[in-house]
Design a protein around this ligand. Structure first.
Ligand code: R5P
Length: 230
């Protein structure tokens, strides 16, 4: 089964966790897109939902499917958020941000009672870090921020340089107007320590480590959908 078929299976399975009346956060990426489509079908069939989005990309997709996206500041606390991931490690520790939406995703996840991560089987790993860790950085004085990030990385024995993400030859700019630097960490042995140290670094807006946030993972496999808990 292809990765896309597995993503579809996970995205569609997530709709079983959604009930009429819920306030729902819509994630970003190719897996979350399957969930957004499932939501559009369910709403067409009469499900009443209040929806918020984690990115401009998802907002455009949702609106193109006839869904109304509310401003998170008018909605407040969410019942559930459903979103993809780049890696799912032990305890449902995640790397996210491959699509550059990590900050708005984390803001929405933090406002949800329950976070459901959906992914294809290849995303499930023993140790986080084969996928380069995205770090969102304020553009002003970013070179100084990168030096401070390198100091943090060396404290964690990660001897890799952050790589500025580019798109179409230009620096990739997030929905919030920031830069993304990707760090090919290799095995991240202390995700919690690294997450705290990066968060405390001046100029770092946020990073792609999502720890203690996911409540359940729905993993599309060749034989169905596996359900994992932290
Ligand atoms: O910034 C993007 C998000 O964190 C995505 O949820 C993540 O990159 C997974 O994307 P996909 O489902 O396309 O693999």
């Amino acid at each position: 089964m292809s990765a896309d078929t597995q993503k579809q299976a996970a995205g569609l399975a997530a709709i079983d966790h959604i009930e009429s009346g819920m306030k729902v956060g819509l994630g970003t990426g190719s897996t979350a897109a399957w969930f957004v489509k499932a939501v559009a079908d369910a709403v067409r069939d009469g499900l009443k939902l209040t929806l918020v989005s984690t990115s401009n990309q998802t907002t455009h997709l949702a609106q193109s499917l006839g869904l109304e996206i509310k401003d998170i500041n008018d909605v407040g606390k969410l019942d559930v958020c459903v979103d993809g991931a780049d890696e799912i490690g032990s305890g449902l520790a995640l790397i996210k941000g491959g699509g550059g939406a990590l900050l708005r995703e984390k803001l929405i996840w933090e406002m949800a009672d329950r976070c459901i991560v959906i992914a294809d089987a290849a995303k499930h790993v023993a140790t986080l870090g084969a996928f380069a860790l995205p770090i969102e950085v304020e553009p002003f004085a970013y070179k100084g921020t990168i030096n401070r990030i390198c100091d943090v990385l060396s404290e964690f024995d990660i001897a890799k340089l952050p790589v500025l993400r580019k798109k179409g030859g230009e620096s990739f700019v997030t929905d919030g107007g920031n830069l993304i630097f990707d760090v090919p960490c290799g095995a991240i042995l202390d995700p919690s320590g690294l997450a705290s140290a990066l968060k405390a670094t001046t100029g770092v807006v946020d990073h792609g480590l999502f720890l203690d946030l996911a409540d359940v993972a729905l993993i599309g496999t060749d034989s169905g959908v596996d359900i994992l808990h932290p």
